[in-house]
Design a binder for this molecule. Sequence first.
Ligand SMILES: [Zn+2]
Ligand SMILES: [Zn+2]
Length: 308
Amino acid sequence: MQVYFLGTSGALPTPNKNPACIMIRRGSDTLLFDCGEGAQQQMMRAKTGFTVDAVFITHWHADHYLGLPGLVQTMSFMGRKEPLYVYGPRWVSEFVRSVISISRKNLGFEMIPVELSHGSVVPFSGYTVRAFSTDHGMPSLGYILCEDERPGRFDREKAISLGISPVPLFGRLQRGSPVEVEKDGRTVTILPSDVMGEPRPGRKVVYTGDTRPKSGEWMDWARDCDLLIHDATFDDSEQERAMEVCHSTAGDAGRIASEISAKTLALVHISSRYVHMASHIEDAGKYYEGNIFAPDDLTMTELPFRDE
Ligand SMILES: [Zn+2]
Ligand SMILES: [Zn+2]
């Protein structure tokens, strides 16, 4: 699973940073979370291609969606036929309708809006994306991509010692079916649990979008995530300003990361007033002991399984 930070700027882009856009690739699926202005060129620079399976928008501030009208034009030029699902909070239907109407041509594929609310779960093959309410002064959502549990580790040595023949019985056990073997003239049933370890958790990525720090049940859904991508518009010297304009400080992001036991914290949406990220990293580190980074645009993070 790869996470591409295509756009990491705050509300205003800078010469080196584009507005919000995060791409997650998992297996053959590509999902976009927010699609700020310039997303297409970032995709070219990152060499990801334009094949996007679904788009999730956190809220309707222009720095989070303005890249989508251009991207769908390109998809249309390239002959896309598959429908494009656009998920988002309230007003997603109005947004999609506007994109279609300003396009002034038949895109050649359907754009399908899907309104989500706190707790909505969108199923994909092998994982889900769950929405949670955030606190940004308007309808807004964060998203949790959560892989299904993986089967436990197969104990090959033990299976052989029990007299199980690798072909075809190993596969049958790994798929969850019991098998029978002949031992000392008797038929013995071997259960998958005899040779398989406990199921192992899949990977989990959390993206808050723009938000004040927010407690609530979403933290249980997000617990133990491999990567938390959190609003860190300000450093801690601007705590009051952050609350006023519905954003978080780096310290807020650190506190949340610590409370949900995130493995890694990525600080994004950092205001263009900051030239260096050192104060952000330091402020988050006061509350959180895990890995912290403030990704530059085009950073790609590969997420391995925790037990690998
Ligand atoms: Zn924003
Ligand atoms: Zn915003």
